[in-house]
Design a protein around this ligand. Structure first.
Ligand SMILES: Cc1cc2nc3c(=O)[nH]c(=O)nc-3n(C[C@H](O)[C@H](O)[C@H](O)COP(=O)(O)O)c2cc1C
Length: 441
């Protein structure tokens, strides 16, 4: 079973920063984040993952005055620091294809891969926060289909640059004076719809060759891009059946790219609130739920649905939420939960305040592991992106209660098997380039 430790300032529950165990300045508290990474490494997690938005979540909404998730250390910079305080843990963070350039991104991640000794991963996103357009002086956020088109070309350029230096290219022979063999240099010379980039990249490969490609899109375009380029895919699945459908679908799509299904690890997000007993875990979760005030709840929903709900009664139903060409699958997911469970606005924000639409499990270690074991054994995923509700206490509880139970059942490692992220994930470096073939031909 593969495990990611999904860092979110203060914890994943929206009220984490107000909980007695919470650290309100978590997002900018480097010693505290280093402690979390070391705790995750003690728990033998595959990776530390941090999401990102390059701008404050704003849009047409009021500032998020009650939400701790507004400011944090830029994740790429943070990963460089965490790499120096850990030895085996993967360091994976988000970078956007909509507001970045492939050459500079390829260069940064290749360098992170070197300074971490081959433990870097890039979570490719197309940006969920449309306020990012304002930070770059653009009139509006690009439509989703265009964003994915750009992401596709972007990923192609990045991997092309990472593959500049073929096997055995560096000779570095002091006697002959030959540094590298130019016949083994693969200079990318790309000209496409969005980018014109000439290689090679001036950063050499790391011990794992190139950073691990991670993705988190769930739409048709997102799944297709993952099938072609991702080695890890995160998700936000609400039910076991939904997770199974997602798993089978992305693994099936990989066949068209000549990829083996095992070369992509599917890791849905999972909020785990665990304690010595079921009742204690429920008590902690309820304590968090009771700390959500209505302003925060409404802001959370407004932000995620990209629709201002501040004028609506919280005990009434969710109004019709308009969808547009920039909307993500998460908007559909929230609306589906509200309709399926017949929820009021207040019920809905309480329902998603912990994990923003990801699956949640609250209980003893045995109950938590029963669920995790079933999902992996029955083909719904290859592991999980663990979302502790409050940092650091919920991560400590996971490491001390859940990890030993997973190990006792023989479904999780008892030591790291490799030094690189790709080795620990049981992946080999993907070929370059990957091409789609029509399976019907
Ligand atoms: C675990 C997880 C982490 C994500 N991290 C980010 C992120 O850091 N930044 C971002 O803009 N979107 C993030 N997303 C959103 C997705 O990358 C994707 O953009 C979103 O789901 C919209 O694409 P879709 O409509 O294809 O699903 C994340 C999603 C998941 C499930």
């Amino acid at each position: 079973m593969k495990l990611g430790m999904f860092y979110w300032p203060c914890g994943h529950h929206i009220a984490a920063w107000r909980h007695p165990d919470g650290i309100p300045n978590s997002g900018s508290n480097l010693p505290h984040i280093i402690e979390l990474a070391q705790l995750a490494e003690r728990g033998l997690f595959d990776m530390f993952f941090m999401a990102d938005s390059v701008s404050f979540w704003r849009g047409e909404l009021d500032a998020m005055t009650h939400d701790s998730y507004g400011t944090w250390i830029e994740p790429f910079t943070l990963m460089g620091s965490l790499a120096q305080h850990t030895n085996n843990l993967g360091v994976v963070c988000t970078a956007t294809t909509t507001y970045d350039q492939p050459y500079s991104l390829a260069r940064r991640f290749a360098s992170l891969d070197l300074v971490s000794g081959g433990r870097a991963g890039w979570n490719l996103v197309t940006s969920g926060n449309r306020a990012e357009a304002d930070s770059f002086g653009l009139p509006e956020h690009m439509e989703k289909a265009q964003r994915y088109k750009r992401a596709h070309e972007f990923a192609h350029v990045v991997r092309g640059l990472w593959n500049s230096w073929g096997e055995g290219v560096f000779i570095r022979d002091q006697k002959s004076g030959i540094f590298f063999n130019k016949n083994k240099l693969r200079t990318l010379d790309h000209e496409g719809e969005f980018f014109k980039v000439r290689g090679p990249l001036n950063v050499p490969p790391s011990p794992q060759g190139e950073p691990v490609m991670v993705q988190a899109g769930a739409s048709d375009d997102g799944r297709e891009l993952a099938a072609e380029t991702a080695e890890v895919i995160f998700g936000a699945q609400q039910t076991f059946e939904g997770a199974q459908e997602f798993y089978n679908d992305v693994k099936h799509r990989m066949l068209a790219y000549g990829r083996h299904p095992d070369s992509l690890k599917v890791m849905p997000g999972l909020l785990v609130c665990v304690a010595e007993t079921h009742d204690e875990a429920v008590k902690k979760y309820d304590q968090l739920q009771d700390l959500i005030d209505p302003v925060t709840g409404l802001q959370l929903l407004s932000k995620r649905l990209d629709y201002d709900l501040s004028g609506y009664p919280i005990d009434g139903p969710l109004p019709d939420i308009p969808r547009n060409k920039t909307s993500s699958t998460r908007v559909d997911l929230f609306i589906e939960i509200a309709h399926r469970e017949n929820l009021t606005i207040k019920d809905l924000y309480r329902r998603v305040a912990g994990a923003r639409g990801h699956y949640e499990v609250v209980g003893s270690a045995v109950e938590v592991v029963d669920m995790m074991q079933r999902w992996v054994a029955d083909g719904a995923c290859d592991g999980f992106n663990i979302m502790p509700p409050v940092f650091p206490s919920s991560l400590r509880e996971f490491v001390e209660l859940v990890i030993p139970e997973l190990q006792r059942r023989g479904i999780f490692r008892t030591s790291y098997s490799g030094t690189t992220l790709r080795e620990n994930l049981g992946l080999v470096r993907p070929p370059w380039p990957i091409k789609r073939t029509n399976l019907n031909e």
